[in-house]
Design a protein around this ligand. Structure first.
Ligand SMILES: Nc1ncnc2c1ncn2[C@@H]1O[C@H](COP(=O)(O)OP(=O)(O)OP(=O)(O)O)[C@@H](O)[C@H]1O
Ligand SMILES: [Mg+2]
Length: 250
């Protein structure tokens, strides 16, 4: 790895009763990379994200996110870190623009700057035409797009995305993947996304990590994992083949 480390954990562990959701996780994420966090349902991906955001406390171990411990300084982390949860919540009786204004205000972005950013992000996610519609009438994909705009309006350094393309149509998916990639390459934003859609992950991620039963069983660039798991000389590998090998061995 070459760049600055933006997320780092040391034996990060979360137990719910006798069940260990995340087991001694040690991971380093580099500034500006697109990182794919993979694993079956219940593997501990969302739990890990919640600990990175200070939304749930680790049972033991620690995390450092943009230089802060999210348990001790959650507000420092939230100021610079964006999060798109699995289910995004909005004020349904307000329109898209009003929702974004509200978030801008919460983040203390001044009026002039916020209107410009709102126009920009509504356009980027393809919602300019629907900006005055009440969000309660939005389709699932429209809500997902607004969620992304809401995350990006505060121009975070680091963004956690839990299943960012769920519910998007094929055009919306392509736009979202291009947007994620360009945020990394043009703005040096770090993107950490959890997803089950492995063809999409393969398209945009620099590295992936595979969690199974709370354990990180693999981490690295996809081509390196391919060499390790599928052998040399296999050029036309898919991430799904690699993933399934790890999954079956776990
Ligand atoms: N609030 C909670 N209370 C008790 N157990 C929980 C809680 N949240 C998560 N768990 C358990 O922790 C484990 C990890 O769950 P988590 O939501 O992190 O999985 P995930 O990898 O995000 O799965 P998915 O792919 O389905 O989103 C599961 O066994 C789950 O049942
Ligand atoms: Mg989850």
């Amino acid at each position: 790895m070459k760049g600055q480390i933006i997320v780092e954990t040391e034996d990060l562990t979360k137990k719910y009763g006798s069940r260990t959701a995340v087991d001694h996780l040690n991971i380093k994420i580099e500034e500006g990379e697109v990182f794919g966090f993979l694993g079956p349902n219940g593997a501990g991906k969302t739990t890990t994200l919640l600990m990175f955001l200070g939304l749930t406390e680790p049972t033991s171990g620690r995390a450092k996110v943009i230089g802060f411990d999210p348990t001790r300084e959650p507000f420092k982390v939230k100021e610079k870190v964006g999060y798109l949860p699995e289910n995004v919540g909005f004020y349904d009786d307000m329109d898209a623009r009003q929702n974004l204004r509200y978030i801008a205000k919460l983040n203390r972005i001044s009026g002039g700057v916020s209107e410009k950013r709102i126009d920009y992000w509504l356009e980027m996610v393809g919602l300019s035409e629907e900006s005055t519609k009440k969000v309660g009438t939005f389709s699932k994909g429209m809500r997902q797009r607004l969620g992304i705009a809401e995350v990006l309006i505060k121009e975070p350094k680091l963004v956690f995305l839990d299943e960012p393309t769920i519910g998007l149509d094929p055009d919306g998916t392509n736009r979202m993947l291009d947007l994620i990639h360009s945020l990394s390459r043009e703005k040096n934003i770090t993107l950490f996304l959890s997803s089950h859609l492995l063809d999409q992950v393969q398209r945009i991620c620099d590295r992936v990590g595979i969690m199974i039963n709370g354990n990180l069983v693999a981490i690295g660039p996809i081509d390196e994992l391919a060499k390790k798991k599928l052998g040399l000389g296999k050029e036309d590998y898919t991430l799904e083949e690699i993933y399934m090998k790890y999954f079956k061995e776990a």
